[in-house]
Design a protein around this ligand. Structure first.
Ligand code: BGC
Length: 500
């Protein structure tokens, strides 16, 4: 071999060595990346396991909630669910007529309604005005809070140019009522926290604010949003036995026989029945372990370790659970890159974003990418990261929807409409003539998030079984809590109500 030959061999050997070094470095980098990715997958696996709600566990949730409901009717403070008596013993009968106003407080915005009713269960006209909630107002003083509501109502009425016959007030927090026109706030939920309002009569507070604003209206019916929704449901369909809210918060109410309400022996009502506000948000299902994410975000909330069921189901909280899972993944791996400061802010991901992530069905998950970039400041996330993010949102949605379904079946079980004969047997069988049970539902999570709705509907069928499920109808009541308030104000101000 000549000089040239040796040089060629040396050059080739040099190239091979350099290639070898690069290749080794590349392999090492890939191995590292793969390990990090596996750590993210491990977080996902643990999370998935801890959020699982197999049918048999859901059934046990149903049983415990039904038992809590029995206990809550037996005596005050005997149960995690308050089972509040609403003083509603009869519902609108469809003969109400005239113009009524309603205020609906407790969701994602304040709502003001004018409803024109015609005989024969006809809503001739309805006008709804939404007022976004300024966060300061949810922490200030009760005087500011109620003044704001009264002055906004005044403007609304002035614009409408019609005084109205009566006012319904939907106040969607736990309230102890002694009459249909009064009730004292037990405590705030859903991150509202005007502490000095605890224990105050909220109808009186509003009446005083209305007077201060020169309005000649008083609250004719005070109610929870579940009760308003039940009133509208019953107005359209007499088989409506309960109402459920799944929105910013969650809760249910139903029609109970007075004999079952032992904590209030001798309760006198015209119909022998009373609407009970379950306040199921404060239920803590013992079968559903609190995961590290539930614990961590409990510490961030205003009413920590209270409202356990609500925190697993409702709109104020689901986005934040996802945010915490992403934080954990970012800690354990580099799936979100290195600049993850955007994830550190509590409540950075809203539930509507979580829903949009889950519902993105574009092949490249474009919407997921946009949300990661805009809301969490994570640009250019690769497709596999977007898929991971979507899966997390799916798991959270599924647990929430299935637990809400268990809640609904528990109410049916309590009133003997689930096929188990008042929960005495675990086998659901049709006995006697099947009774149709309509559940009126309202709330953005159920109405606006189709995946949530499908999971919930499926789980109701899964728990009830194919024979009983067709007797249960879940019926959406658009604006139920507000229109229902106007209906109850009409019914209670005219004394024309239907026995329930
Ligand atoms: C409140 C209930 C309300 C539910 C739905 C809960 O936080 O305690 O009174 O019905 O939210 O808005």
């Amino acid at each position: 071999m000549g000089r040239d030959g040796w040089l060629r061999v040396a050059a080739a050997a040099g190239c091979a060595a350099v290639t070898c070094v690069f290749a080794t470095a590349l392999v090492a980098r890939r191995v590292k990346a793969w390990r990090r990715w596996r750590r993210a997958l491990a977080v996902l696996r643990d999370f998935e396991e801890s959020f699982a709600t197999p049918a048999e566990r859901l059934q046990r949730v149903v049983n415990s909630l039904a038992i809590e409901m029995f206990a809550g009717l037996a005596s005050e403070d005997a149960s995690k669910v308050r089972m509040l008596l609403t003083c509603v013993d009869s519902l609108p009968d469809g003969s109400e007529e005239g113009v009524y106003y309603a205020i609906d407080i407790g969701g994602t915005c304040f709502r003001f309604l004018k409803v024109e009713l015609g005989a024969g269960s006809t809503i001739i006209n309805q006008k709804v005005e939404n007022q976004p909630i300024n966060e300061e107002l949810t922490k200030d003083t009760s005087e500011d809070f109620f003044n704001f509501i009264a002055s906004t109502l005044k403007n609304f009425i002035e614009r409408e140019g019609d005084e109205g016959k009566a006012l319904g007030f939907t106040f969607s927090f736990p309230v102890r009522q002694l009459s249909i026109t009064s009730g004292s706030l037990i405590r705030w939920t859903k991150e509202f926290s005007i502490e000095e309002a605890d224990g105050k009569d909220v109808a009186l507070c509003l009446n005083e604010a209305l007077a201060r604003n020169g309005l000649n209206l008083q609250v004719n019916a005070l109610m929870n949003n579940t009760v308003g929704t039940l009133a509208l449901g019953h107005y359209y369909d007499e088989d409506t036995v309960a109402a459920v809210i799944i929105g910013a918060g969650t809760n249910a109410c139903y029609i109970e026989n007075n004999e079952a309400i032992t904590k209030c022996q001798g309760l006198l009502t015209n119909s022998g029945r009373t609407v009970v506000n379950v306040e199921w948000g404060s239920f803590r299902p013992p079968q559903i372990p609190l995961t590290p994410y539930d614990i961590c975000f409990n510490n961030e909330t205003r009413n920590y370790y209270d409202q356990g069921f609500e925190k697993m189901i409702s709109g104020v909280y689901l986005g934040e659970i996802a945010g915490l899972v992403f934080c954990k993944m970012a800690q354990e791996s580099d799936v979100f890159g290195t600049d993850v400061d955007g994830l550190a802010t509590p409540f950075i991901l809203s539930t509507p974003c979580l829903a949009a992530i889950r519902e993105d069905d574009s092949p490249d998950l474009r919407e997921v990418g946009n949300i990661l970039e805009e809301h969490l400041k994570i640009p250019n996330a690769p497709l596999k990261t977007r898929r991971l993010v979507q899966r997390v949102c799916d798991i959270i949605t599924q647990r929430a929807a299935r637990l809400a379904a268990a809640g609904i079946v528990a109410v049916l079980q309590k009133i003997g409409r689930d096929g188990t004969r008042c929960g005495t047997t675990q086998v659901r069988r049709m006995t006697g003539v099947p009774k149709r049970s309509v559940i009126a539902i309202e709330g953005g999570l159920y109405q606006g998030y189709s995946v949530f709705r499908e999971y919930l509907n499926e789980a109701v069928v899964e728990i009830l079984g194919e024979e009983i499920a067709p007797t249960v109808v879940l019926r959406v009541m658009e604006e139920g809590s507000g229109i229902g308030a106007a209906l109850l104000a009409a019914a209670y101000s005219s004394n024309r109500q239907d026995s329930i």
